[in-house]
Design a protein around this ligand. Structure first.
Ligand code: PMP
Length: 352
């Protein structure tokens, strides 16, 4: 039987998405999506349809452009630095490893500063003094901290532009996406498979201030070329397309968000109740996508993972830096998997 998949990314895909992908590639009598030129009408249609699905789900205004790029989320760290509001400051809120990396990489392109940090334990989202944000620059946040399990529920106000790394909670809830000057997210969690990055950029924040931006790192060039400046990650865009259709087929963002809240609530309730485990994240900042928990006694960590393996549950080991456990509950993870995990947590408690 297929394992119950709680990996943080690449992560779970609904079986209907996989089946549809197999269908699109498995016809021996015609060229598959993977073999066609990106200049062919079918692939252009795939990109246009995927863009339309995103614009519709996010209710984007006419200034926000949709890009499908290579390089995962990590390449965006320097692209943001090169392109966004280049006359002002690059400011960051440090809520974990990914935001630290975003800051460090951007520092290589221009002067950058950290406005607030929760680095002692990374177990809450810090407040900022909005008057310190630069109206000519940008403020970068990580909306969901995949490793530490915190998530913004309300977004900070900035005098300049707000930039968000949404890699691990993109399209998991209803938001005013137009409040962001730029959003980016690697595909491999809520948007399908690894191999690309969705970037939404308000073209008004690209001031062309840096004289020599390499072409592949220049958002304006990608916008002008409809994400086809070079050969794009076609397979990843196909999987993104199917993941977006899955959201629509499952009641849209509102329903998906409701489901995500219910799944996370069930699991946090059990962790708070269970005598063997704890979660010390500020309750208001707990992530709906990555539920972190730790064993009260270190010596049960290995035992618990082995217990889960026997129950056909995989992907619960926490990130190598933070340790502990992490259950990733992305959009397509069914509530029944959460219920099974809860039953296993309870059975493990009884077994000791
Ligand atoms: N930001 C966040 C919040 C992430 O969770 C990850 C990957 N897990 C990244 C950035 C890096 O993504 P990529 O591997 O696509 O570069």
């Amino acid at each position: 039987m297929k394992e119950l998949n709680f990996f943080a990314g690449p992560s779970i895909l609904d079986s209907s998405i996989l089946e549809e992908a197999f269908k699109l590639m498995g016809n021996k009598h015609q060229l598959s999506v993977l073999e066609k030129s990106h200049r062919s009408k079918d692939i252009i249609y795939l990109f246009e349809e995927t863009e339309a699905l995103i614009k519709d789900l996010m209710q984007l205004d006419e200034y926000h452009k949709v890009l499908f790029l290579h390089g995962g989320a990590s390449l965006q760290y320097c692209m943001v630095g090169y392109n966004v509001k280049t006359k002002g400051k690059a400011q960051f809120i440090d809520t974990g490893i990914w935001s630290t990396k975003a800051f460090q990489e951007c520092s290589k392109t221009r002067a950058s500063e950290i406005l607030a940090t929760s680095s002692e334990k990374y177990n809450f989202i810090p407040e900022i003094d909005a008057s310190k944000t630069d109206k000519n620059g940008f403020l970068h946040i990580t909306s969901n901290n995949t490793i530490y399990g915190t998530q913004y529920k309300n977004f900070p106000k900035s005098n300049g532009v707000l930039v968000a790394d949404m890699s691990s909670d993109i399209l998991s809830r209803k938001l005013d996406f137009n409040q962001f000057g730029l959003i980016y997210a690697g595909f491999q969690k809520n948007l399908g498979t690894a191999g690309g990055c969705l970037t939404i950029v308000d073209e008004r924040i690209l001031d062309g201030g840096m004289a020599k931006v390499p072409s592949m790192l220049d958002y304006k060039i990608h916008i002008k070329n409809n994400s086809m400046f070079n050969t794009p990650p076609i397979f990843a865009v196909l999987m993104c397309n199917l993941s977006l259709k899955w959201i629509n087929q499952n009641g849209g963002l509102e329903k998906v968000e409701q489901n995500n809240i219910e799944k996370a609530d069930l699991l946090y309730k059990e962790i708070d109740r269970n005598d063997l485990f704890y979660n010390d994240i500020a309750v208001k900042d707990r992530s709906l996508m990555n539920v972190i928990f730790r064993a009260k006694e270190n010596d049960i960590e290995e035992k618990f993972l082995m217990f889960c393996e026997k129950e056909n549950i995989v992907g619960l080991k926490g990130h190598r830096i933070s340790g502990g456990f992490r259950a990733s509950l992305y959009n397509t993870l069914p509530k029944s998997h959460v219920k099974k995990l809860i039953a296993v947590l309870q059975a493990f408690e009884k077994s000791l």
